[in-house]
Design a protein around this ligand. Structure first.
Ligand SMILES: O=P(O)(O)OC[C@H]1O[C@H](OP(=O)(O)OP(=O)(O)O)[C@H](O)[C@@H]1O
Ligand SMILES: Nc1ncnc2[nH]cnc12
Length: 170
């Protein structure tokens, strides 16, 4: 099965000049979704994982499925003021301006082995901020795991200290 057949290109979304990689055709097909989960799991292998940290919002789709398969915790990282208990925040630079992400402070214990998951690695700003959040809480980032990587945006250059794994590279 070719997963790329289930990823739709949308020109100029959400802004002119952006070629948006839309995973809704993949999510609408249970066989393709199961195949994507298997491919993401292959990247994780048989290392011990205490938690999958999924990034709002598209990182939640496969993140919960991965955690269920690995029989480990799923931990959401959310946009500001969405999580109800005490949070830890990380602000990061966007192309223009900045943004903030939050995690529940009690979600990760010191020494927990964490895999960060999202659908897309683009510039790497988001994933890099989530690595910092996990580390602030004492977690160990074992891998950053993505369905897709937009390699021309060179996120790996700003994430040299992390193990980055992507199922599909554009
Ligand atoms: O590598 P970066 O340049 O930081 O970009 C990648 C992020 O952008 C997208 O999320 P988006 O902000 O569109 O939010 P959404 O998942 O809620 O749609 C994507 O799901 C990643 O989280
Ligand atoms: N081109 C793109 N398609 C889908 N999600 C993205 N997140 C950042 N860039 C993206």
């Amino acid at each position: 099965m070719q997963l790329t057949e289930y990823i739709r290109d949308i020109q100029d979304f959400p802004k002119p000049g952006i070629l948006f990689k839309d995973i809704t055709p993949l999510l609408s097909n249970p066989e393709a979704t199961a195949h994507a989960v298997e491919k993401l799991l292959e990247k994780i292998g048989d290392q011990q994982v205490d938690a999958i940290v999924g990034i709002e919002s598209r990182g939640f789709f496969f993140g919960t499925l991965l955690a269920q398969k690995l029989n480990c915790a799923f931990i959401p990282v959310r946009k500001p003021n969405k999580l109800p208990a005490q949070t830890t925040s990380q602000t990061y630079a966007l192309e223009y301006g900045e943004d903030t992400l939050e995690i529940h402070t009690d979600a990760i214990k010191k020494g927990d082995k964490v895999v960060i998951h999202d659908d897309v690695l683009a510039t790497g700003g988001t994933a890099n901020a989530v690595c910092k959040l996990v580390e602030k809480l004492g977690g160990e980032v074992m891998q950053c795991n993505f369905l897709m990587e937009l390699s021309f945006l060179e996120a790996r250059k700003k994430m040299e200290n992390y193990n980055i794994q992507s199922v599909i590279t554009y």
